[in-house]
Design a protein around this ligand. Sequence first.
Ligand SMILES: Cc1ncc(COP(=O)(O)O)c(C=O)c1O
Length: 384
Amino acid sequence: MSESDQINRRREEFPTLASGIHLLSHSLGPVPRAARASMAAYYEAWEKHTSEDAWATSWWEMSAHVGDRLAKILGGQTGSVQIQPNASVALSCVASCFDFATSKRNKVVTSALDFPSMQYVWDAQQQAGARVEVIPSDDGVEIPLERMLDAIDDETALVAISHVSFRSSYRFDPAPIVAKAHRHGALVLLDVYQSAGAVEMNAQNWNVDFLIGGTIKWLCGGPACGYLYVRPDLQKTLRPRLTGWVAHEAPFDFAPPPQRYDSSVRRFAQGTPSIPALYSVLPGLKIIEEVGVQTIQAESQRRTEWMIDFALERGWKVNSPRDVNQRGGSVMVYVEDGPAMVRRLAERKVFVDCRPGVGLRVSTHFFNTDEEVREAVQILSELI
Ligand SMILES: Cc1ncc(COP(=O)(O)O)c(C=O)c1O
C-alpha cells in the first residue's frame, strides 16, 4: 500500500486523532476542532436571544440550510432534505405516509442486514396492516440482488433497505432495485447512514424515493442530527401522520386542525428542530464538502482492499464483501471474543468496535494515514 499524496488529511483539525488510531467512523466520528466554536456560537445566540431574536436571525432557517447541504452530498436537489431528530424517526415519518390497512398494496420488503431500529419500525407497522418480507442473507454478509428483485411485486408498497449494512458493509446497487420497484408501482427507501460521506451518492440518478440517515458517523457531526430525503416530485403527494406544527404551511398561524401541509420538504418536519445538533453538524460537513466524497471513497476503497488482503493472507475470516463495488467504508473481521479484543486493542490505542456474530468493525476515513492502518492491523495480528 503506497500513501496517497493527493489528499490533505487535515489531521490537526481533529484533536481526538492525537490519542490513538481512530477506526470508528461507522459509529461516532472524531470531533472536529471547529465544533467547539460552533457550539459556543449556539450558546451566544441563545444568550443574546432577547436582544437579537435567534429564531428570526438564524435558527428558523438553519434546518433548511443544513438540509440543502446534505442534499448535495446525497446527490439530490435543493429542497429535497428535511432534518429529522434521528434516522429512526425519519423512517417512522415515511412509514406514517402509507395506509397499509386499507390497501392491497401493503407489502414492505426489507433485508436481514438492516439496522435493528429499522427492523423494529417495520415490525411495529404490522399492527397497522403492513406485511413485512425480510429478505434473508445466507452468510450474514451479502444478499444476492436477484433475491431482492424477486421479492418485489404488484403488492409491494415499499422496499426499505440499508444501502450499506452496519453489520457487514455490504452495499446494494440501488438502480436495478428502484427500476423494478417503480415498474411495479412500489417506492424505495434506502438507509444511507453507513454510506453518505463514505461513498458517492446519486439520489437523483438512482431516482430513489426516500433516503434516511444521520450525521454522526462518516459526516463527522455530533449526536444527533437525522435527515430525510424525499424525491421532489413525490413530496406533495405524501401526508405523513407523524407530524407537528413545523410541517404546517403557516406554522405561526397556530391554526386549528386539519393539518395543512407545507408545499416544501418541510411537510416532513414535526416539532421544534434540535438547534444544538445543527450547530454540531456544520464543521464536519464543511470538512467533508471540502475534501470531497469522491476522494474519500477512493481512499476508502484502496485501504479496505489492502486490509482485506492482509486479513485473508493470515487466514482470518472477513465478514465483508470482497468486491469493492459491493462494499462500504468498513471491514468486518471475525474474532472469537469481540468485546475482549476491542478492549485489548484500545489498550494499544487502536479504537474499533464489534457486533455480535460479526466480529470487529474497522473503518478508515480520509483522516487516517496509511501508516496508522498498517500499525492497527499489525497490532491486531499480534493479539490474534
Ligand atoms: C445503518 C444504520 N441505520 C440507522 C442507525 C440508527 O440511527 P439513529 O440512531 O439516528 O436512529 C444506525 C446507527 O448505528 C445505522 O448504522
